[in-house]
Design a protein around this ligand. Structure first.
Ligand code: 5AD
Ligand code: SF4
Length: 487
C-alpha cells in the first residue's frame, strides 16, 4: 500500500480476509476503575464502526483501550463471517490469546460481531478460551455480560433486534487520523443475496434517526474532522419513517409523505453541515440506487464523486442465481446514469468468481462487463460457501477450487490494467485533496485523496492534515497520483 488511507481499511478487510485494526494508542491509560481492554476488529468498515460503539459503552464501565493485549483485563474480538478464510484467521488469533490467558487466568475473552452471531453458543464449545459471545445487536448488554463472566460464568447474548441502531451512543474514535470518520446509518440487510451470510448475522435492515446522524457529523466537524463516510450494507435503502421499520410500511408513494427521510435527503442534510465537510458513503446497491441520489451527489461539491456499486457477476443468469435483483443490462443502465449525472465519478465494485454453477461463458461475461465499465477499483473474491445461506441450501458449490482461483487471477489482472489506466487519466489535472497525514514512505510528503477516492501524494510545504489543497498530478504509480500543490 502506498500510504495509510483509512478507506483502504475497507479494501484490505475485503481483499485480505479481515485486517486487524489495532486499538487506538490515544487515550491509553487506566480508566476510572483502572481496567483495560484490547479491542480488535476484523472485516468491514461496519465492524470497525461498531467497535467504536463498543469502546464507548465500555468506557462507561471504566474500561480504557490498550494496544498491547498482554496488559489487558479484557480482550474483545469483533469478528467477520463473510468468507471461510476470515473465520479461520480469527480462530488462529484466538490461539495466540490462549497463551496470554494461561499466564493470566483472570483475563476475559469475548467474541463479538458476525461470527459470534453465526455460531452462538457453539462458539463456547468449539473454543474453550472464549468467555463471552455477543452478537452485533447486543452490545448494550456488554456491562452485564462482563459481570457474569467476572462472577465465573460464561455469557452469551446473540439476540437480534428490529430497532437497535445505537443512535444515542457517541462512538469513541479508535485508530483515528482526526480527519476522516465513519458514521453508521443503517444496520442489517434485507436483500438476501444467495451467497451472503450478512442477513443472518446482522439481522433485519433498519435505519437510524437522521437527526442523530447529522448531529454526529456536526460534532465530528467541530472536533476538526473533515470527512465522514456514511455506512450501511445497502445505503440506498435508507428510509427513516419516524422509527417505523421499513418493512412495516406500505411504501406506495412514500416519497410524498411528510416526515420521511430518504437516502438522497440524508446525503443533502449531511452535506449542509459545512461545505468543508466531505461526505462519502458505502455500500450502494444496483437495485436500489435511484437517480435522486445521483442528483444529490452532482448538486453538492462536498459529496464526493465516488460510488461503490458491487456487481458480483456480469452474467444475468448468474445474477439471478445470486438473487441480486438486477440483470447485467440493468447494472449497465445504472452505470450510464452515474456517468450522465456525475460525469467525473469514480466507480468501484465487488466481484465474486466461481459461484455455484458458473460456466466459462458466465465468467467471460464478467470480464466483458469489466471491459465495458472500466472500474477504478474492484474488490475481488473467490466464492466461499457459507452455512445457512440460500446458495448453500439450493445450489452445489461445484466450481473446482483451482478454477475459482484461475478465474480470480484473470479478473484481478484485468482490474489491475483498468486501475492503472484510470490513475493515468488523472495526470496533468488539478485535484482537490483533503490532507489525511504524512506519507508512510517519506516524512517530507503528505497524502490525501481526491473526490474520486484516488490517493494523491505531494511535498509537505507548510501544509497540515485536515486542510484542502489543489494538487497538479505530474507522476503516478499504479494506484497513486504524485504532484505539486498549486494555488
Ligand atoms: N463468498 C465470497 N465473497 C462474498 N461476498 C459476500 N459473500 C461472499 C461469499 N460467500 C463478497 C461480495 C460482497 C462483499 C462484501 O463480499 O462481493 O459484496
Ligand atoms: Fe450481503 Fe447482498 Fe446484503 Fe450486501 S446486499 S450484505 S451482499 S445480502
Amino acid at each position: 500500500m502506498e500510504d495509510y488511507n483509512p478507506n483502504k481499511i475497507i479494501d484490505e478487510a475485503r481483499q485480505g480476509e479481515a485486517l486487524v485494526l489495532s486499538p487506538s494508542s490515544k487515550g491509553e491509560g487506566r480508566g476510572e476503575e483502572g481496567k483495560k481492554m484490547f479491542l480488535e476488529s476484523y472485516g468491514c468498515a461496519m465492524n470497525f464502526s461498531d467497535s467504536e460503539i463498543v469502546a464507548s459503552i465500555l468506557a462507561g464501565k471504566g474500561y480504557s483501550t490498550t494496544s498491547d493485549f498482554h496488559e489487558a483485563d479484557l480482550i474483545l474480538v469483533n469478528t467477520c463471517a463473510i468468507r471461510e478464510g476470515a473465520e479461520q484467521r480469527i480462530r488462529g488469533r484466538l490461539k495466540e490469546y490462549n497463551i496470554a490467558k494461561r499466564k493470566n487466568p483472570k483475563l476475559m475473552i469475548g467474541v463479538l460481531g458476525c461470527m459470534a452471531e453465526r455460531l452462538k453458543e457453539k462458539f463456547l464449545e468449539q473454543e474453550k478460551i472464549v468467555d463471552m459471545v455477543v452478537g452485533p445487536d447486543a452490545y448494550r448488554d456488554l456491562p452485564n455480560l462482563i459481570e457474569r463472566v467476572e462472577g465465573g460464568q460464561k455469557a452469551v447474548n446473540v439476540l437480534l433486534s428490529l430497532e437497535e441502531t445505537y443512535a444515542d451512543i457517541s462512538p469513541v474514535r479508535l485508530d483515528s487520523n482526526g480527519v476522516t470518520a465513519f458514521i453508521s446509518i443503517t444496520r442489517g440487510c434485507d436483500n438476501m443475496c444467495s451467497f451472503c451470510v450478512v442477513p443472518f448475522t446482522r439481522g433485519r435492515e433498519r435505519s437510524r434517526d437522521p437527526e442523530s446522524i447529522v448531529n454526529e457529523a456536526k460534532n465530528l466537524f467541530e472536533q476538526g474532522y473533515r470527512e465522514v463516510t456514511l455506512l450501511g450494507q445497502n445505503v440506498d435503502s435508507y428510509l427513516w419513517a419516524n422509527g417505523k421499520a421499513k418493512k412495516e410500511l406500505n411504501l406506495q408513494g412514500f416519497q410524498n409523505l411528510e416526515g420521511f427521510t430518504t437516502f438522497a435527503q440524508l446525503l443533502e442534510m449531511a452535506a449542509n453541515v459545512s461545505p468543508d465537510l466531505r461526505i462519502r458513503f458505502s455500500t450502494s446497491n444496483p437495485q436500489d440506487m435511484t437517480d435522486d441520489v445521483l442528483y444529490a451527489i452532482a448538486k453538492h461539491e462536498n459529496i464526493c464523486n465516488y460510488v461503490h456499486l458491487p456487481v458480483q457477476s456480469g452474467s444475468s443468469a448468474m445474477l439471478e442465481r445470486m438473487n441480486r435483483g438486477y440483470s447485467r443490462e440493468k447494472y449497465l443502465e445504472r452505470i450510464s446514469a452515474i456517468r450522465r449525472i456525475i460525469p467525473d465519478c469514480g466507480i468501484s465494485t465487488d466481484i465474486i468468481t466461481g459461484f455455484c454453477g458458473e460456466t466459462e461463458e458466465e465468467h467471460r461475461d464478467t470480464l466483458s462487463l469489466m471491459e465495458e465499465v472500466g472500474f477504478e477499483f474492484a474488490y475481488m473474491f473467490m466464492y466461499s460457501e457459507r452455512p445457512g445461506t440460500l446458495a448453500q441450501k439450493k445450489y452445489k458449490d461445484d466450481v473446482a477450487e483451482e478454477v475459482k482461483k484461475t478465474r480470480l487471477q484473470e479478473v484481478m489482472a484485468l482490474q489491475q490494467k483498468h486501475s492503472a489506466e484510470r490513475t493515468k487519466q488523472g495526470l496533468g489535472k488539478i485535484h482537490r485533496v483533503l490532507i489525511e497525514g504524512v506519507s508512510k514512505k517519506s516524512s517530507e510528503r503528505l497524502y490525501g485523496r481526491n473526490s474520486q477516492n484516488t490517493t494523491v501524494v505531494f511535498p509537505k510545504g507548510n501544509h497540515k492534515k485536515g486542510e484542502y489543497v489543489n494538487v497538479l498530478a505530474t507522476e503516478c504509480t499504479l494506484a497513486t497520483l504524485i504532484g505539486e500543490v498549486v494555488k
